[in-house]
Design a protein around this ligand. Structure first.
Ligand code: 5RP
Length: 230
């Protein structure tokens, strides 16, 4: 049985607190997007108020605005090419491989840049996100250019998914000014191959598969947190 929303929030918060315990004075921290990452930003804000010295690189305008409100000093890639750690949520985590699906919040492009640039990438989820195989009901978000998006969606469908433009007749624009195609695959058996097939489509800016990036996955469960490493 799945947990009620308030209980789920408690699991997300528990995972976020465990991740924030990894942050030390002087670090540059990638700040993730979404509700679970927001718990981590809030916890970081409390530690900053108590004297912790860090700077943050946000993965979305929303994450940046939250961090700013909480007094977390922000920086950018112009000053720091390699954040010490990034902390972010996920829509799915494949237990066996720690491959992720991300992007339900539409921030996958910046999230993937920050995760790839960081020395460590800590993923925080509640236990509903842990799966044996990616795909199914959770769509794979793909960021696509505005120009030619119907062509891009046809090419995505040819890979065996049902793609839907996020927002339909009023498409949602990402922070980068692109659109999102939510692609429902029955299952994703070979994420590495799919990642390459997606990258080969003209007009695909980035996709929500995060392969080989997670250094640690922290799973909030009723009563405890599970820490999984590759
Ligand atoms: C945003 C993301 C989020 O990390 C992901 O959607 C999880 O969000 P939440 O913690 O709200 O479930 O990838 O682009």
């Amino acid at each position: 049985m799945s947990a009620a929303p308030r209980d789920r929030d408690a699991l997300k918060r528990a995972a976020a607190l465990r991740a924030v315990a990894e942050v030390e004075n002087g670090m540059v921290v990638g700040l993730g997007s979404g509700s679970t990452a927001a718990f981590a930003i809030a916890a970081l804000g409390e530690r900053v108020a108590a004297g912790l010295k860090i700077t943050g690189i946000p993965t979305s305008e929303g994450a940046g605005a939250l961090a700013y409100r909480l007094g977390i000093p922000l920086t950018s890639f112009a000053e720091h090419r390699r954040p010490d750690v990034a902390i972010d949520g996920a829509d799915q985590v494949e237990r066996r491989t720690l491959t992720l699906v991300k992007g339900r919040g539409g921030a996958l492009l910046r999230e993937k840049i920050v995760a790839s640039a960081s020395a460590r990438f800590i993923v925080i989820v509640d236990d509903s996100k842990l799966v044996d195989q990616l795909g199914g009901e959770t769509p794979l978000p793909v960021e696509v250019t505005r120009f030619g998006w119907p062509f891009v969606l046809d090419r995505l469908a040819a890979l065996g998914c049902v793609p839907q433009l996020r927002g339909g007749s009023e498409p949602v624009a990402t922070d980068n000014g692109n659109f999102i195609a939510d692609c429902v695959f029955d299952s994703i058996a070979n994420a590495a191959v799919l990642d390459q097939q997606l990258a080969a489509i003209p007009g695909v800016v980035e996709n929500g598969l995060f392969l080989g990036l997670a250094s640690m996955v922290i799973v909030g469960r009723p009563g405890d947190v599970e820490v999984i490493t590759p």
